[in-house]
Design a protein around this ligand. Sequence first.
Ligand SMILES: [Zn+2]
Length: 296
Amino acid sequence: MKIGIDLGGTKTEGILIDSAGKELKRERIKTEKNYNGSIKGILSIVKNFENSFGDVESIGIGMPGAISADTALIKNANSIWLNGKPLKKDLEKILNRKINLENDANCFALSEAVDGGGKGYKVVFGVIIGTGTGGGISIDKQVLRGVNRISGEWGHVTLPNRTDDEKKFVKKCYCGKDGCMETYVSGPGFANCFNLRFGKDYDSHQIIEGFKNNDTDCILALNLYVDHLARGLSLVCNILDPDVIVLGGGMSNIDFIYENINTALQKYVFTDNLHTKVVKNVHGDSSGVRGAAWLS
Ligand SMILES: [Zn+2]
Protein backbone atom coordinates (compact mmCIF):
# COMPACT_ATOMS: atom_id res chain seq x y z
CA MET A 1 0.00 0.00 0.00
CA LYS A 2 1.07 3.55 -0.71
CA ILE A 3 -0.04 6.90 0.66
CA GLY A 4 -0.25 9.96 -1.56
CA ILE A 5 -0.95 13.41 -0.17
CA ASP A 6 -1.74 16.54 -2.13
CA LEU A 7 -0.85 19.56 -0.03
CA GLY A 8 -2.89 22.33 -1.61
CA GLY A 9 -3.34 25.94 -0.60
CA THR A 10 -6.88 25.39 0.68
CA LYS A 11 -7.19 21.62 1.16
CA THR A 12 -4.93 18.72 2.00
CA GLU A 13 -6.09 15.48 0.44
CA GLY A 14 -4.80 12.00 1.13
CA ILE A 15 -5.32 8.71 -0.66
CA LEU A 16 -4.36 5.15 0.18
CA ILE A 17 -3.87 2.87 -2.82
CA ASP A 18 -2.78 -0.71 -3.27
CA SER A 19 0.02 -1.73 -5.64
CA ALA A 20 -2.49 -2.01 -8.51
CA GLY A 21 -3.63 1.58 -7.99
CA LYS A 22 -6.96 0.67 -6.40
CA GLU A 23 -8.18 3.34 -4.02
CA LEU A 24 -8.67 1.96 -0.50
CA LYS A 25 -9.33 5.18 1.38
CA ARG A 26 -9.45 8.90 0.84
CA GLU A 27 -9.49 11.81 3.24
CA ARG A 28 -9.73 15.53 2.71
CA ILE A 29 -9.05 18.22 5.33
CA LYS A 30 -8.70 21.96 5.31
CA THR A 31 -5.09 23.17 4.97
CA GLU A 32 -3.98 25.30 7.87
CA LYS A 33 -2.19 28.26 6.36
CA ASN A 34 0.92 28.00 8.53
CA TYR A 35 3.87 25.62 8.53
CA ASN A 36 3.20 23.68 11.72
CA GLY A 37 -0.49 23.39 10.89
CA SER A 38 0.30 21.99 7.43
CA ILE A 39 2.60 19.38 8.98
CA LYS A 40 -0.05 18.41 11.53
CA GLY A 41 -2.59 17.90 8.74
CA ILE A 42 -0.23 15.57 6.87
CA LEU A 43 0.54 13.59 10.03
CA SER A 44 -3.13 13.15 10.91
CA ILE A 45 -3.88 11.67 7.47
CA VAL A 46 -0.92 9.25 7.66
CA LYS A 47 -1.92 8.22 11.18
CA ASN A 48 -5.56 7.64 10.25
CA PHE A 49 -4.65 5.46 7.28
CA GLU A 50 -2.04 3.42 9.13
CA ASN A 51 -4.27 2.93 12.16
CA SER A 52 -6.96 1.41 9.93
CA PHE A 53 -4.86 -0.44 7.35
CA GLY A 54 -1.41 -1.00 8.90
CA ASP A 55 2.00 0.27 7.83
CA VAL A 56 2.43 1.43 4.27
CA GLU A 57 5.27 0.90 1.84
CA SER A 58 5.77 4.57 0.89
CA ILE A 59 4.50 8.08 1.50
CA GLY A 60 4.58 10.69 -1.25
CA ILE A 61 3.56 14.32 -1.05
CA GLY A 62 2.73 16.63 -3.93
CA MET A 63 2.78 20.37 -3.40
CA PRO A 64 3.13 23.57 -5.34
CA GLY A 65 6.72 24.72 -5.72
CA ALA A 66 9.88 22.65 -5.54
CA ILE A 67 12.67 21.60 -3.21
CA SER A 68 15.71 23.74 -3.88
CA ALA A 69 18.61 21.68 -5.22
CA ASP A 70 20.99 23.94 -3.27
CA THR A 71 19.38 24.18 0.15
CA ALA A 72 16.75 21.38 0.27
CA LEU A 73 14.28 24.06 1.36
CA ILE A 74 10.93 24.65 -0.35
CA LYS A 75 10.95 27.34 -3.04
CA ASN A 76 8.48 28.78 -5.59
CA ALA A 77 5.39 27.69 -3.64
CA ASN A 78 2.31 29.89 -3.84
CA SER A 79 1.45 28.47 -0.39
CA ILE A 80 3.98 30.98 0.83
CA TRP A 81 4.21 29.67 4.41
CA LEU A 82 6.08 26.64 3.01
CA ASN A 83 8.81 28.66 1.30
CA GLY A 84 12.20 28.46 2.98
CA LYS A 85 11.09 25.52 5.17
CA PRO A 86 12.76 22.10 5.37
CA LEU A 87 9.46 20.24 4.90
CA LYS A 88 10.94 16.96 3.67
CA LYS A 89 13.54 16.84 6.44
CA ASP A 90 11.03 17.70 9.16
CA LEU A 91 8.51 15.10 8.02
CA GLU A 92 11.20 12.42 7.73
CA LYS A 93 12.35 13.19 11.24
CA ILE A 94 8.85 13.00 12.73
CA LEU A 95 7.75 9.92 10.78
CA ASN A 96 11.19 8.29 10.95
CA ARG A 97 11.23 7.18 7.30
CA LYS A 98 11.89 8.42 3.79
CA ILE A 99 9.29 10.80 2.35
CA ASN A 100 8.96 11.56 -1.36
CA LEU A 101 8.18 15.21 -1.93
CA GLU A 102 7.43 16.51 -5.41
CA ASN A 103 5.99 19.41 -7.33
CA ASP A 104 2.26 18.90 -7.98
CA ALA A 105 2.50 19.23 -11.78
CA ASN A 106 5.14 16.51 -11.74
CA CYS A 107 2.72 14.37 -9.69
CA PHE A 108 0.05 14.98 -12.31
CA ALA A 109 2.41 13.85 -15.12
CA LEU A 110 3.41 10.74 -13.16
CA SER A 111 -0.16 9.79 -12.29
CA GLU A 112 -1.29 10.05 -15.90
CA ALA A 113 1.83 8.19 -17.09
CA VAL A 114 1.26 5.24 -14.73
CA ASP A 115 -2.41 4.52 -15.38
CA GLY A 116 -4.02 7.57 -16.96
CA GLY A 117 -4.01 9.29 -20.35
CA GLY A 118 -0.33 8.50 -20.86
CA LYS A 119 -0.51 4.83 -19.87
CA GLY A 120 1.68 2.62 -22.04
CA TYR A 121 3.84 5.49 -23.32
CA LYS A 122 7.48 6.12 -22.50
CA VAL A 123 7.76 9.91 -22.54
CA VAL A 124 4.78 11.78 -21.12
CA PHE A 125 4.44 15.54 -20.86
CA GLY A 126 1.72 16.54 -18.38
CA VAL A 127 0.26 20.01 -18.74
CA ILE A 128 -1.84 21.89 -16.21
CA ILE A 129 -4.01 24.58 -17.73
CA GLY A 130 -6.11 25.83 -14.85
CA THR A 131 -5.79 28.81 -12.55
CA GLY A 132 -2.11 28.71 -13.45
CA THR A 133 -0.09 26.90 -16.08
CA GLY A 134 2.48 24.25 -15.26
CA GLY A 135 3.91 21.07 -16.58
CA GLY A 136 5.81 17.95 -15.68
CA ILE A 137 7.75 15.24 -17.46
CA SER A 138 7.59 11.52 -16.80
CA ILE A 139 9.98 9.12 -18.50
CA ASP A 140 9.48 5.38 -17.95
CA LYS A 141 7.07 6.23 -15.10
CA GLN A 142 9.69 8.31 -13.27
CA VAL A 143 9.55 12.06 -12.75
CA LEU A 144 12.30 13.96 -14.55
CA ARG A 145 13.31 16.58 -11.96
CA GLY A 146 16.18 18.39 -13.62
CA VAL A 147 19.28 19.94 -12.09
CA ASN A 148 17.39 23.14 -11.14
CA ARG A 149 14.21 21.22 -10.25
CA ILE A 150 12.29 23.11 -12.93
CA SER A 151 11.80 20.44 -15.61
CA GLY A 152 8.53 20.95 -17.45
CA GLU A 153 8.00 24.52 -16.20
CA TRP A 154 6.36 25.40 -19.43
CA GLY A 155 4.07 28.11 -18.10
CA HIS A 156 6.84 30.68 -18.06
CA VAL A 157 8.31 30.28 -21.50
CA THR A 158 7.27 32.98 -23.94
CA LEU A 159 4.57 32.30 -26.53
CA PRO A 160 6.52 31.90 -29.80
CA ASN A 161 6.04 34.30 -32.74
CA ARG A 162 3.77 36.77 -30.98
CA THR A 163 1.86 39.13 -33.25
CA ASP A 164 1.46 42.82 -32.41
CA ASP A 165 -2.12 42.09 -31.28
CA GLU A 166 -0.94 39.28 -29.05
CA LYS A 167 1.64 41.57 -27.48
CA LYS A 168 -1.01 44.23 -26.95
CA PHE A 169 -3.93 42.17 -25.64
CA VAL A 170 -2.28 40.40 -22.72
CA LYS A 171 -1.46 41.14 -19.10
CA LYS A 172 2.08 41.09 -17.76
CA CYS A 173 2.91 37.85 -15.94
CA TYR A 174 3.26 37.81 -12.15
CA CYS A 175 6.74 36.33 -12.62
CA GLY A 176 7.91 39.66 -14.03
CA LYS A 177 8.28 38.59 -17.67
CA ASP A 178 6.16 39.50 -20.68
CA GLY A 179 4.36 37.00 -22.87
CA CYS A 180 4.50 33.87 -20.67
CA MET A 181 2.37 30.93 -21.82
CA GLU A 182 0.48 31.21 -18.52
CA THR A 183 -0.81 34.66 -19.48
CA TYR A 184 -2.41 33.15 -22.62
CA VAL A 185 -3.53 29.61 -21.77
CA SER A 186 -4.42 29.56 -18.05
CA GLY A 187 -8.13 30.14 -17.37
CA PRO A 188 -7.62 33.70 -16.06
CA GLY A 189 -5.05 34.41 -18.81
CA PHE A 190 -7.48 33.31 -21.51
CA ALA A 191 -10.18 35.57 -20.05
CA ASN A 192 -7.80 38.55 -19.67
CA CYS A 193 -6.70 38.33 -23.32
CA PHE A 194 -10.34 38.13 -24.43
CA ASN A 195 -11.43 41.07 -22.29
CA LEU A 196 -8.54 43.28 -23.39
CA ARG A 197 -9.16 42.45 -27.05
CA PHE A 198 -12.94 42.90 -27.02
CA GLY A 199 -13.42 45.36 -24.15
CA LYS A 200 -15.57 42.93 -22.15
CA ASP A 201 -15.54 41.52 -18.66
CA TYR A 202 -16.02 37.76 -19.09
CA ASP A 203 -14.53 34.86 -17.19
CA SER A 204 -13.36 31.75 -19.06
CA HIS A 205 -16.68 29.94 -18.47
CA GLN A 206 -18.66 32.79 -20.03
CA ILE A 207 -16.43 32.77 -23.10
CA ILE A 208 -16.97 29.03 -23.55
CA GLU A 209 -20.71 29.51 -23.10
CA GLY A 210 -20.61 32.27 -25.74
CA PHE A 211 -18.70 29.95 -28.07
CA LYS A 212 -21.45 27.34 -27.73
CA ASN A 213 -24.00 30.03 -28.60
CA ASN A 214 -22.08 31.00 -31.77
CA ASP A 215 -20.83 34.36 -30.48
CA THR A 216 -18.24 35.42 -33.09
CA ASP A 217 -15.85 37.00 -30.56
CA CYS A 218 -15.90 33.85 -28.44
CA ILE A 219 -15.38 31.64 -31.50
CA LEU A 220 -12.33 33.72 -32.47
CA ALA A 221 -11.05 33.56 -28.90
CA LEU A 222 -11.29 29.75 -28.77
CA ASN A 223 -9.53 29.40 -32.13
CA LEU A 224 -6.77 31.70 -30.92
CA TYR A 225 -6.57 29.71 -27.68
CA VAL A 226 -5.92 26.44 -29.52
CA ASP A 227 -3.35 28.20 -31.69
CA HIS A 228 -1.56 29.57 -28.62
CA LEU A 229 -1.59 26.16 -27.00
CA ALA A 230 -0.22 24.56 -30.17
CA ARG A 231 2.55 27.13 -30.53
CA GLY A 232 3.61 26.65 -26.90
CA LEU A 233 3.46 22.86 -27.12
CA SER A 234 5.44 22.86 -30.38
CA LEU A 235 8.45 24.00 -28.33
CA VAL A 236 7.97 21.01 -26.04
CA CYS A 237 7.70 18.67 -29.04
CA ASN A 238 10.82 20.06 -30.72
CA ILE A 239 12.90 19.64 -27.56
CA LEU A 240 11.44 16.71 -25.64
CA ASP A 241 9.55 14.96 -28.46
CA PRO A 242 7.09 13.26 -26.08
CA ASP A 243 4.92 10.29 -27.08
CA VAL A 244 1.91 11.91 -25.52
CA ILE A 245 0.85 15.22 -24.00
CA VAL A 246 -1.81 14.89 -21.30
CA LEU A 247 -3.84 17.99 -20.46
CA GLY A 248 -5.21 18.68 -16.99
CA GLY A 249 -6.76 21.59 -15.09
CA GLY A 250 -10.07 23.36 -15.70
CA MET A 251 -9.31 24.41 -19.30
CA SER A 252 -8.58 20.79 -20.26
CA ASN A 253 -12.33 20.09 -20.22
CA ILE A 254 -12.91 22.02 -23.46
CA ASP A 255 -13.66 19.44 -26.20
CA PHE A 256 -12.82 21.96 -28.96
CA ILE A 257 -9.14 21.68 -27.96
CA TYR A 258 -8.94 17.96 -28.77
CA GLU A 259 -10.84 18.37 -32.03
CA ASN A 260 -8.31 20.92 -33.31
CA ILE A 261 -5.01 20.76 -31.47
CA ASN A 262 -3.35 18.01 -33.50
CA THR A 263 -3.84 19.82 -36.81
CA ALA A 264 -2.59 23.05 -35.23
CA LEU A 265 0.41 21.34 -33.64
CA GLN A 266 1.38 19.67 -36.92
CA LYS A 267 1.81 23.15 -38.45
CA TYR A 268 4.40 24.23 -35.88
CA VAL A 269 6.46 21.16 -35.03
CA PHE A 270 9.62 20.48 -37.02
CA THR A 271 8.60 17.10 -38.41
CA ASP A 272 6.83 15.59 -41.42
CA ASN A 273 4.22 13.46 -39.73
CA LEU A 274 3.52 14.25 -36.08
CA HIS A 275 3.04 11.15 -33.95
CA THR A 276 2.65 12.94 -30.60
CA LYS A 277 -0.88 12.63 -29.27
CA VAL A 278 -2.62 15.29 -27.20
CA VAL A 279 -5.15 13.71 -24.85
CA LYS A 280 -7.32 14.57 -21.90
CA ASN A 281 -6.41 13.35 -18.42
CA VAL A 282 -8.12 10.28 -16.97
CA HIS A 283 -7.88 10.96 -13.24
CA GLY A 284 -8.89 14.63 -13.16
CA ASP A 285 -8.42 16.24 -9.76
CA SER A 286 -7.29 12.89 -8.34
CA SER A 287 -4.05 12.94 -10.28
CA GLY A 288 -2.41 15.08 -7.60
CA VAL A 289 -2.83 12.48 -4.85
CA ARG A 290 -2.39 9.48 -7.12
CA GLY A 291 0.86 10.82 -8.58
CA ALA A 292 2.15 11.56 -5.08
CA ALA A 293 1.44 7.96 -4.09
CA TRP A 294 3.34 6.63 -7.13
CA LEU A 295 6.48 8.61 -6.28
CA SER A 296 9.55 6.54 -5.53
ZN1 LIG B 1 5.64 34.19 -16.19
